[in-house]
Design a protein around this ligand. Structure first.
Ligand SMILES: Nc1nc2c(ncn2[C@@H]2O[C@H](COP(=O)(O)OP(=O)(O)OP(=O)(O)O)[C@@H](O)[C@H]2O)c(=O)[nH]1
Length: 361
């Protein structure tokens, strides 16, 4: 079975490549368009014949649009077509070097930009696969024009290289900047999704448990009071059955809103799953009981615009850690027993494990 997060899987690869043509197009137009300037200036200095000019203009100004409109957009497999185009880019770029008699600066510059564009395409190993195409392009025009070499770069050619050096470099940097920002935002979203419950916006089970375990540890170290409050919606199944799942979701969201409003800033509220919620408070039982009672009253007061006759209640159990509560599980079991006491006393109630159970409704 394919691993959905394995980037080497074919489906993910083709999804990534699908946007390649659009991503590469502006950089190809910019890179090859600006690259043509120093090449033409060099051709002028070398008094090269007109076919060399025509070829250069085709490579720099015509080919990028041909590649995009004829190949990548009309192909049945645009991603594969674009990979082919990137390889042809390399061949065309290298074919300009013999025409310039390998004049050092523009030759190195256009080759470097061509390689950088392959690397920034994000396609692994593309620049390596482009090397044979470069050799072919170089040999083709080299054999036609002879392999004359004139490395020396005049000041005019140097000046003609500047637009490409500056503009292309900045454009690539800006592209990388936007990509990094997007990845950062997506990481933030993933982080939020992994820690918070989508329906209520409260902490999810795992994230809440981390806070609860940390508080339990602080309590055992004698550095904090602690009370665990378990909350369960009453007859929630019948809310779903009688009003529908959307109404059930509204009740859960309403309970989430009450918890956000009532739980003090140093407490942590989470949705454990289904209609079960939990809160940990750095308070002794008396203070926690007041918070639990405020939660119970807040849920009782909820109203729902779409279902005016719908009412919700919750049963609540709370427990402070006993000396034998070494882990969160044992602590939760004690709070759960208190919650069960509230259920068996008719619901819409707050109970605690120490002392007698209290009915507050
Ligand atoms: N609308 C909605 N329902 C959910 C969601 N998650 C779980 N449920 C439903 O919540 C219901 C929980 O029902 P039970 O565990 O039987 O509890 P109950 O009906 O509240 O009974 P008591 O707790 O004894 O009062 C089930 O019908 C689940 O299908 C959710 O995200 N949205």
């Amino acid at each position: 079975m394919p691993d959905p997060i394995d980037p080497s899987q074919p489906t993910r690869r083709s999804a990534r490549l699908r946007s390649l043509a659009r991503r590469v197009y502006p950089f190809r137009v910019l890179g090859m368009g600006l690259g043509v300037i120093p090449v033409l200036v060099t051709l002028h200095e070398l008094s090269m014949p007109w076919p060399a000019w025509v070829w250069t203009v085709f490579c720099g100004l015509v080919w990028p649009h041909v590649a995009f409109h004829l190949h990548a957009c009309r192909s049945r497999d645009p991603s594969e077509a674009e990979l082919r185009n990137l390889t042809i880019d390399s061949a065309l770029t290298a074919s300009l070097l013999p025409l310039m008699q390998f004049t050092l600066l523009p030759s190195v510059m256009v080759l470097t930009v061509a390689a950088a564009d392959k690397i920034s395409s994000g396609v692994r190993g593309l620049w390596r696969h482009s090397i044979p195409a470069m050799v072919i392009g170089l040999l083709a025009t080299g054999l036609l024009t002879g392999f004359a070499v004139r490395l020396e770069t005049s000041m005019t050619v140097l000046m003609a290289c500047l637009p490409m050096l500056v503009v292309h470099t900045l454009a690539v940097a800006m592209g990388a900047y936007h990509l990094i920002r997007r990845v950062q935002m997506q990481n933030l979203r993933l982080d939020t999704l992994s820690r918070f419950d989508v329906l209520t916006g409260l902490e999810n089970r795992g994230h809440w448990q981390e806070h609860a375990a940390a508080l339990l540890q602080r309590h055992h170290a004698g550095r904090s009071d602690a009370t665990l409050v378990l909350i369960d919606a009453d007859h929630f199944k019948s809310v779903n059955d009688n009003y529908g799942h959307a109404a059930g979701d509204d009740v859960l969201r309403g309970i989430g809103d009450v918890l956000r409003r009532v739980v003090p800033a140093d407490g942590h509220a989470g949705r454990l799953g289904g209609d079960e919620f939990a809160v940990v408070l750095p308070l002794a039982e008396t203070g926690a009981h007041a918070v639990a009672e405020a939660i119970r009253a807040g849920v009782t007061a909820l109203s729902f615009a779409e279902w005016p006759e719908l009412r919700a209640t919750v049963s609540i159990g709370l427990a402070s850690p006993g000396s034998g509560d070494d882990d969160l599980r044992q602590w939760s079991q004690r709070a759960d027993r208190a919650l069960y006491a509230s259920k068996s006393r008719g619901r819409n109630a707050v109970s605690q494990t120490r002392g007698e159970a209290e009915a507050t409704a």
